[in-house]
Design a protein around this ligand. Structure first.
Ligand code: ZN
Length: 488
């Protein structure tokens, strides 16, 4: 246990360095900080894959249930890490660094071709990694398992196909005139100082106290639970939209998950959220089910009017709530609305799956991308920058990560159905600025477990069934109907 605590400490230290790099490091220090992180990462890896750890895990006689869970999880990760040769790990890191630089240049030049050989290398190395697990049913399984322990490609594909088949007609049914009339963009009257004040008010109401939370600014908002007592979230301020508020709600959801993990799991490998999709379910739940709800806007409106009178004074909460729920068929995933978002993710999932299977050549990727965007979202992609080059993930060699965004939404839909059953006055609580019932429900049913249960076991425990896109699709359908009624 002592050895695992030490390794956990090293991982947390790496997170602190990563946070520092994104938030407050002087720009000129990037190379030196790179060395600091590389050393910490190497020490962490070496101390973990050491044979002694295997012996200790073999000989461990757990004193309680938590220790038994720690040993089981650590064994699983140890066995997985030991199967991958150190040289391959190093080569993956090196290739990703080169590909990331090539991606930045290609994006600037708005041309996919110069990036293609680097992406090919990343795909090749991921296929080599996958080959370290010959018993897997599918070559994508070991990659997905890094983010969703235990999930198989077949299960992810089945769930996302159902989601896609539900979303495509839903998106196609939104009339273009509706999209334009709900436009919040273009109003250049959301001064940064007012946004900061509003975000602070909202965070206080949600329960992010200064003793354990920090809010900073970052180019790409993220959150870090350094420990359960040190939660750091970031946002960014644009004068033409409300992204600062919705992204704060999103990151609050991630942060709250880490904040409410059982303190008994501190300094163990179990002291985090269960998986990438489970984490995303929490962020999306606070961003969408809370931040885009009528109850939230009934409560928030007077605060928004006080902080940002130029924009909000002339509007009603109904108008604002409708505008934050507008559906737009657009090209860019990170600014996509709640309804189209899933399709942006599914395009990426299907394409990366085909790349790993060897069914799609990298050279054919841009054309395949454009075809699918047209088929699913009905949009023509004008160039690679607004198409296949828009996300950093593939340049960093991240394959298996994209589907967790959509699966997170699916889980959020299942949780929300359960929450509305058990807390029937939840909207009224939001309208009163009382977010404690939701916070406490999530803490009790989801957060406190940390990683003690596998992701599918946790879902079974909380909603009593397997992954099911049905509730999420029904939730979106209800929203679209409500907004269509308001428009009529
Ligand atoms: Zn997130």
């Amino acid at each position: 246990m002592g050895r695992l605590a030490e390794i956990t400490d090293l991982e947390r230290t790496a997170m602190l360095l990563a946070w520092d790099q994104e938030v407050c490091m002087p720009r000129g220090a990037a190379a030196d900080h790179g060395e600091l992180r590389a050393t910490i990462d190497r020490l962490t890896h070496e101390r973990f894959v050491d044979e002694r750890v295997g012996e200790l895990l073999e000989a461990a006689s757990p004193r309680d249930e938590i220790e038994a869970d720690v040993v089981r999880t650590a064994r699983r990760e140890y066995d997985k890490a030991r199967r991958v040769p150190g040289d391959l790990v190093a080569e993956i890191t090196r290739a990703a660094a080169n590909a990331r630089a090539a991606w930045l240049e290609a994006t600037e030049a708005n041309a996919f071709a110069p990036f293609a050989p680097f992406l090919e290398r990343n795909v090749e190395l991921r296929r080599e990694l996958s080959a370290c697990f010959p018993e897997a049913d599918h070559p994508y399984d070991p990659l997905l398992d890094d983010f969703e322990p235990g999930m198989r490609t077949a299960d992810a594909s089945a769930a996302l196909e159902r989601l896609r088949d539900g979303l495509v007609p839903m998106v196609a049914g939104v009339a273009p005139s509706d999209e334009a009339s709900l436009d919040l963009q273009g109003d250049a009257s959301l001064p940064e100082a007012g946004q900061r004040a509003l975000v602070r008010t909202v965070l206080d109401a949600l329960g992010a106290d200064d003793d354990h939370w920090r809010l900073d600014e970052a180019a790409h908002p993220f959150s870090s639970g350094i420990t359960a007592t040190d939660i750091r979230i970031t946002t960014r301020y644009h004068e033409h939209d409300l992204e600062s508020l919705l992204s704060t709600l999103h990151e609050f959801g991630h942060g709250l998950y880490e904040r409410q993990v059982d303190p008994a799991l501190a300094r163990t490998p179990l002291g985090h959220g269960a998986s990438a999709a489970w984490h995303e379910s929490q962020s999306r739940l606070w961003e969408n089910m809370v931040g885009r709800s009528p109850g939230f806007w009934r409560w928030c409106m007077p605060h928004a009017q006080a902080a940002l009178p130029g924009y909000f004074a002339e509007r009603t909460w109904q108008e604002v709530q409708r505008s934050v729920n507008a559906v737009r068929r657009t090209l860019i995933r990170v600014s996509a609305d709640e309804v189209t978002y899933g399709l942006h993710v599914i395009v990426r999932f299907e394409l990366e799956l085909a790349l790993i299977e060897g069914e799609l050549a990298v050279a054919d990727l841009p054309a395949a991308w454009n075809d699918r965007m047209l088929a699913y979202l009905g949009v023509e992609v004008p160039d690679d920058r607004q198409g296949v080059l828009q996300d950093v993930h593939w340049s960093e060699g991240l394959f298996g990560y994209f589907p967790t965004y959509a699966i997170g939404n699916v889980i959020a839909g299942q949780l929300w159905t359960r929450i509305c059953d058990e807390l029937p006055d939840i909207e009224e609580r939001f309208a009163a600025g009382d977010f404690a019932p939701l916070r406490e429900w999530l803490g009790e049913h989801v957060h406190r477990h940390g990683r003690r249960l596998m992701p599918d076991e946790l879902l079974q425990e909380v909603v009593g069934g397997p992954l099911d896109p049905g509730p999420y699709l029904a939730y979106l359908e209800r929203k679209l109907q409500a907004s269509a009624q308001l428009m009529a």
